[in-house]
Write a protein that binds this ligand. Sequence first.
Ligand SMILES: Nc1ncnc2c1ncn2[C@@H]1O[C@H](COP(=O)(O)OP(=O)(O)O)[C@@H](O)[C@H]1O
Ligand SMILES: [Mg+2]
Length: 515
Amino acid sequence: MTGCGVVKMKGEVGKIFGETSSFEFEFVVFNPRDVKRGDYVKVWNDVEGWIVAYVTDVKAKSDFSSEDVIKGRNVESEIYVAKASVIGKRENGYLRAPRTPFVPGEKIFLAEEDLVADVLGMSQEGAYIGLLGDTSVRVRLDINSLVQKHVCILAKTGSGKSYTAGVIIEELIEKGVPLLIIDPHGEYSSLRYRNDVSEETERMGEFGIKPRGYDSIRVYVPPGSPFADRADGVIHLDGRNLDAEEIIELGNITSSSAQALLYQVLKDMHDYTIDDILSRVEGEKHSSKAVILGALTKIQKSGLFSENPTPLEILLQKGRAVILDLRGLDPVYQDLIVARVCDRLFDMRKREEIPPGMIVIEEAHNFIPERGFGKAVSTQILRTIASEGRKFGLGLMVISQRPARVDKNVISQCNTQIILRLTNPNDINAVRKGVEGLTAEMVEEVKRLPPGNAVVVSPELERPVIVRVRVRKSRHGHAVEIFGGRKSGKTKRKEVKSESRNQSQSGLFKRIFGG
Ligand SMILES: Nc1ncnc2c1ncn2[C@@H]1O[C@H](COP(=O)(O)OP(=O)(O)O)[C@@H](O)[C@H]1O
Ligand SMILES: [Mg+2]
């Protein structure tokens, strides 16, 4: 038995020993059941009063040797030693770290939840995303900071990115923040329905929430979408002034002489429609003319562009969360829609024609790829929103399973960073570099986080914390991977399958099921 003979005060769980500093110390744990990695403890400092520290590790030590093993002896006693990293104390609203080292022999107590919440700077208001570590302290993120200073959610597939995004979206909807959700997998329209998964509803008491659905959801789809019958509307874009790059991408023009011709034709055209380009190209005497005409005709046939485009202000409206369900759409068209929509919204926001709000980008590596990991026409505007959006009240929620492949600048513009489990070394490296204030210990934690647990870094929190993300109030829709044939997540709901009967024959949509 450890701790025998030690004089203990009531509630005392350990005592400091060995070398200490004002940043970290080690303490002997009297009973290993009382102190675990991730716990918050407090220690009395004669000069400073109560100081809070975070347990980064607990080790068992004994003098049991190889010789003991050979001689068949048993372990007689082991001691448990915890390592703690000092957080500090709150004084006049500010966190202060002690300036004097802790004295060996000082007593360690478990810190009360109120004290921990106060020291870490937990707010009583804001978006409630879950509970701190093993405690019942609610972690709330400031709404203005979330919306204006951007948030990223990074984690490997299946560790809870979209689920966590859903939790934040629920909170933002309840606070009335206008949202546009770019939804390549059609996962978010289930926000309409209350969560009825029993394993999750059973845990609602623990988090102090109740199931509910949101009727402020509106779903829009592109023309030809097989999911149009469930949508609130179809969006058409203004096809004016498509640039050469966009036409090359949409029309899949690979011939360099055709590309050259297109650049040449567009060089002196201003404010034009697709028809205008068609008639100009028709007048050319060039061997590649047919390629361009074919590409333009295909773009027109997509039906995406119209003389009567959808007024895009409907995508960001007071009291609404609008979902742009791009499921099944050719990725090139997804990219173009995101580019054009975001460009227009940013413009309207600058002129205050739409309210402040947030754009949620799932699969962000496809829209804002890091250099060397592909090209996307939406990159430029998303970079601009990341760097200038806060001035105009337009925020981004960037979600990706490949942090290493998302534009580094955009990630580092995100003030709130939510990281769930990651295992790929390149992705871990990207997070280590891109997330300010992430300690080496937290990086280690990231590799081991159980599903639904996140490391959260936020400007309001004094240090990164581990959060048990709360269960969803509304139903979580499961992602269906359409391109590349890989399925991510579980496709529990049978209704998903029946949607295939509405298969569109439009060339923009790939066969989704049973292809
Ligand atoms: N906070 C959570 N509470 C309960 N279950 C969760 C939580 N986060 C994730 N899950 C479970 O993990 C699964 C995968 O999460 P999901 O968000 O779809 O992963 P991805 O990271 O691929 O987007 C979900 O279907 C859900 O069952
Ligand atoms: Mg997902």
